[in-house]
Design a protein around this ligand. Sequence first.
Ligand code: GLP
Length: 229
Amino acid sequence: MKTIIFEDPKEIAAYILDALASSLKKKPSLTLALPTGKTTIPLYKKIVSDYKKKKLDFSKTKTFQIDEYLNNKNDFRKFLIKNLLSKINVKKENQNFISTENPEEPREYEQKISKAKIDLMLLGIGVNCHIAFNEPGSPFDSKTRIVSLTQSTQRANKTKIKSALTIGISTILKSKKIILIATGKHKAQAVKEMIEGPIETKCPASALQKHNDVTVLLDKKAASLLKKN
Ligand code: GLP
């Protein structure tokens, strides 16, 4: 696990853009997994602005959503379309979303992702150490499935929604490369447990220590509890 600490979220976005541009140059048909959440906003803004400056071409890129609330409103799909996908040139047929109405979706979406093989998985982290919606206690061999949301996640996300569909921890670990972003003081404890804590289901993000190509990008606040900081 490689950890890099930046002054602010803008610098994190610039770092990812460099990585993304060189990955796209090597492989225009890159398969990307996309998170939602406040942390991603500066990043998606930067992707859109670099795309507008004609620095990036997504015409062969495939994208995958990683989680969705089970409230029949497709909140996270809408977030991705509004903040990113409607503003760059990923073809509609290459945009993969979770369909919460299909009872077979967990199995079918898992198959779709496995077949596509994610080149670059972008992730955020929950204050309780969740990745995607793999809440504490999620088995490390978990696949795409329906989960219950903890009260801590409901509080952090200001929602009363009780369940979600998420890709699993094993689905995440199958990605070739993983970049996790965390910003803000409220993420510092989860970041510490993910990086310095034991690998245990109490902190789902600690499973990332088992992967051989994970980069964690932090601002100073999120890194503030780390020993080496
Ligand atoms: C959300 C999503 C995650 C996201 C995390 C952090 O609820 N399920 O995919 O990475 O929690 O969200 P935020 O960036 O808003 O703190």
